[in-house]
Design a binder for this molecule. Structure first.
Ligand SMILES: C[S@@+](CC[C@H](N)C(=O)[O-])C[C@H]1O[C@@H](n2cnc3c(N)ncnc32)[C@H](O)[C@@H]1O
Length: 244
């Protein structure tokens, strides 16, 4: 099993050499950066990178922080990655892109976040909903981990449109077993998941990304947790003295 996990980790990190960034992804992170810049008055900015893999998201996080003119020294990053064979790759990418952050921690799963006192300002999901066993549950966990007013930036590949891309859809269905063996479901309808109102506000855009010459349908955007959310600050009923 660990040979399998090592192979998955190696596969995820094979394209990380160099400084290349995908402009479509960068645009989504840039959108999140705009609100980070205007919304942050706190001394620390807390970022949660979910399904961090071999560290492919870190260069985008760095770019978003640079775009928002935020110093790395005021940033804390928590990366959640269940495949611990990917952790050495992740640590290497952290040295490249986020070496000056105030704190960088690795966790094996989201449940370890329960002990975190504060919520996160920004969460990142990049090509993770296709891998997660319970994608809706994961989205709910991400929302719960955010501060009120916090935002999630996401980039995911999605199921092809039946009417517009029937052949691509057929290919996704045909190759699904192969991709499932690599822990990735090409037939996830993640766009619908964002319509299911886990988040109060979602800005979502579809785009195609050529992979080996084939335009693979993707979604990207920013999902916002309402400022008025009280689920994390609820502290039980008032005492009679407080009520009066
Ligand atoms: C395709 S990789 C993407 C890695 C990275 N985000 C990137 O774009 O380079 C998806 C990663 O999500 C992780 N993953 C799967 N289910 C997860 C879950 N429930 N919580 C956190 N991470 C998960 C996998 O272990 C895998 O490393």
């Amino acid at each position: 099993m660990s040979a399998y996990l090592r192979a998955l980790a190696a596969l995820e990190s094979w394209s990380l050499e160099g400084d290349q960034v995908e402009p479509e992804f960068l645009e989504a992170y840039g959108e999140a950066a705009k609100s980070l810049r205007c919304g942050t008055t706190a001394p620390r900015i807390r970022i949660l990178d979910i399904g961090a893999g071999g560290g492919g998201d870190l260069r985008y996080i760095r770019r978003a922080l640079d775009a928002a003119e935020l110093s790395l020294t005021m940033v804390e990053v928590v990366a959640v990655e269940p495949n611990q064979c990917a952790w050495p790759h992740l640590a290497q990418e952290q040295k490249r892109w986020l070496s000056d952050v105030a704190d960088f921690r690795l966790l094996p799963d989201m449940s370890k976040l329960c002990s975190e006192a504060d919520g996160f300002d920004l969460a990142v999901l990049q090509h993770v909903l296709c891998c997660a066993q319970q994608p809706r549950d994961l989205l709910e966990e991400v929302r719960a981990a955010l501060k009120p007013g916090g935002q999630l930036v996401f980039v995911e590949h999605v199921l092809a449109d039946r009417a517009k891309m029937p052949f691509l859809l057929a290919a996704q269905v045909a190759f699904r077993p192969v991709q499932l063996a690599l822990c990735c479901d090409p037939c996830r309808d993640s766009e619908r998941l964002f319509e299911s109102q886990v988040f109060e506000e979602v800005k979502l855009k579809r785009f195609s990304l050529p992979v080996l010459g084939v335009p693979i349908p993707h979604i990207k955007g920013v999902a916002l947790k309402s400022e008025a959310d009280l689920t994390k600050t609820w502290r039980g009923p008032l005492t009679v003295e407080e009520f009066l």
